[in-house]
Design a binder for this molecule. Structure first.
Ligand SMILES: C[S@@+](CC[C@H](N)C(=O)[O-])C[C@H]1O[C@@H](n2cnc3c(N)ncnc32)[C@H](O)[C@@H]1O
Length: 197
C-alpha cells in the first residue's frame, strides 16, 4: 500500500466510524468574523482538509470561488451532496494534499486544522506547498491546533514552531498575537492571518 493509500484508509475509517470530534457541525465563528472584517478576498479560495465543509458552504455563500480538498471520500461525497441540495457550487476534490497540484494559485487559503492532521515530518513539504499555492500578497487564514501534548493527530502546533515553519522571509505575520478559539474537541485553536510575500 502506498503512503497516500494508507492516509486515505486512516481518515476514511475515522469518518465511517463517526470519530470526528473536530467537527463543529456549523461554520467556525472565526470564519464569520474574518468574513465580516473583509479579510477573505472575493476570489479563489482553497480549503485544504475541508472535512464536512461547513466553512466551504459559508465561503461560497460569501461569493468566493472555492476549491475544497480532502483525502477521505466520505466527507467529500457528503459535501458535494449538501452543496448540490443547496444549489451552490464549489470545486470539491478527493486528493492527498501532499501529492495534489491545483491548476492555478489562490488569493486565500482557509487552513482550519489540516496541518495538525498531518505527520509533523510532512509539515515542511506541506508549508512549502501552501506557499506555492498562494499568489503574492495572498492570505493564509490559519487555525493552529493547541493540544499541549506529544503525539497525534491532532499534533500540537506550537506558535514558535509555526513561526519557523511559516518563515518571515516568505510570510508577513500580523503584529498582534493570534487569538484563541475554543475547539469542539475541548482543545483550542490559535487564529491568525499570514500574508504571502
Ligand atoms: C482535523 S480534521 C479538520 C476538518 C475540517 N477542516 C474541520 O475543521 O472540520 C482534518 C481533515 O484533514 C483531512 N486530511 C488529513 N490528511 C490529509 C491529506 N494528506 N490530504 C488531504 N486531506 C487530509 C482529513 O480527512 C480531515 O477531514
Amino acid at each position: 500500500m502506498t503512503e497516500t493509500q494508507q492516509r486515505v484508509r486512516a481518515w476514511e475509517d475515522r469518518y465511517r466510524q463517526g470519530k470526528t470530534a473536530w467537527d463543529r457541525g456549523a461554520v467556525s465563528p472565526v470564519l464569520s468574523r474574518w468574513l465580516d472584517d473583509g479579510l477573505v478576498p472575493p476570489g479563489r479560495v482553497l480549503v485544504p482538509g475541508c472535512g464536512h465543509g461547513h466553512e466551504v458552504e459559508a465561503l461560497v455563500r460569501a461569493g468566493c470561488q472555492v476549491t475544497a480538498v480532502d483525502i477521505a471520500p466520505t466527507p467529500v461525497l457528503r459535501l458535494m451532496a449538501r452543496l448540490a441540495d443547496a444549489g451552490l457550487h464549489a470545486n470539491v476534490v478527493q486528493a492527498d494534499l501532499l501529492a495534489w497540484t491545483p491548476a492555478e494559485p489562490f488569493e486565500a487559503i482557509y487552513e482550519q486544522t489540516c496541518l495538525c492532521a498531518l505527520d509533523p515530518a510532512d509539515w515542511p513539504a506541506y508549508a512549502q506547498r501552501l506557499a506555492g499555492w498562494l499568489v503574492p500578497g495572498g492570505h493564509l487564514l490559519a487555525l493552529f491546533m493547541q493540544t499541549g501534548t506529544e503525539g497525534g493527530p491532532p499534533y500540537h502546533c506550537a506558535l514558535p514552531a509555526m513561526r519557523d515553519l511559516f518563515d518571515e522571509r516568505d510570510w508577513l505575520w500580523p503584529p498582534s498575537h493570534p487569538f484563541e478559539i475554543p475547539h469542539p474537541n475541548g482543545l483550542t485553536e490559535l487564529a491568525c492571518v499570514l500574508t504571502r510575500r
